[in-house]
Design a protein around this ligand. Sequence first.
Ligand code: PMP
Length: 425
Amino acid sequence: MSRNLELFERGKKSIPGGVNSPVRAFGQVGGTPRFVKRAEGAYFWDADDKQYLDYVGSWGPAIVGHAHPDVVRAVQEAAVGGLSFGAPTEGEVLIAEEIRKLLPSVEQVRLVSSGTEATMSAIRLARGFTGRDLIVKFEGCYHGHSDSLLVKAGSGLLTFGNPSSGGVPADCTKHTLVLQYNDVEQLDKTFREIGDQIACVILEPIAGNMNLIQPSAEFVQALRSLTEQHGAVLIYDEVMTGFRVALNCAQGLHGIKPDLTTLGKVVGGGMPLAAFGGRADIMACIAPLGNVYQAGTLSGNPLSVAAGLATLKLIQQPGFHAELGRRTARLAQGLADAARAAGVTMSSDSVGGMFGFYFSEHAPKSYAEATRCDIERFKRFFHAMLDEGVYLAPSAYEAGFVSSAHSDDLIEQTLAAAARALSRV
Ligand code: PMP
């Protein structure tokens, strides 16, 4: 029996579903999850010592590759000095300054330990600042698993969302309005009718949780101008896109100054670290300055801050994102070319170090379009690539991630593997 299967069966006895986060269980693609023994650069090795070229990268954090020596050294050095203090450290000041330097919209920033905490806190803050209850999110965008965000669209425009998870009272989602990504008309109508009751709009400025979906320029502009006109807080959830799509994030690419930004993944370099920040007048509402409560025993953990600082330093090397973006674009384009050569319908897209491929004629523009892709073909392709030693996200609705350790050679090897895999799907 494979050691992966053995661990999975054994794990299921002690851990629900054998995993500590659902998508790891291979629920959509079927088969046995790979248990990671160790990882280095662009690769990881599973419990059977089989090597995989990794395009998940811990779902985004591993932008400089796994176990980068600078990041590992920073964490080791920090560990020697103590693991957690529950008192402020110099590192927290340094990383806050670094984030402010890279993101001009962020005048003040607070550190937390997960993306979920960052978005949950940003929403509480927006509500506290505006004195309003309603929040707007977009179908298919994921912002972590806090109650008010686990919601699916209501039956009509301006009907509030229903819980998308057990254990979430309808009372918790009754203030959440779910709109369609890239639908400017619907957004406009919503703001005309109830704009003055909306505390905030939260979005993935480049969506990566319904596969990769880019917003139109009109959508991005409408979001900024409508929220501004109506006194609502615009929250760019850059947990995934932050420092990955560009050094100055999606907001830099869009030329938009959001009121609040949430960060995670890359900012912690693979350690549990996330952040929310933005306008100083809004951030002043957070305790201890203001009356919006937010706290954390491990917030700004010294090991996480050390990993984050080391990673932020590496990605500021000249040309880092240009090179990463070039290789990622080559991968995305190469996948679509290989599919065409194999007579398989596929399109693809990429931004910076993030990519998507879709078993459909065109890149989708909304959740509804994303769900129309050929899932059965995706599953066959996923497993064919796994057999080839290439680890893609085990879900058709997730973006892929490239790191600076994915050399041109490795990208070409991946495309050769894809050509073989596509001939079998
Ligand atoms: N926001 C976005 C855009 C995300 O992609 C994620 C996680 N994939 C989260 C929030 C939640 O982050 P975490 O898993 O660290 O709680």
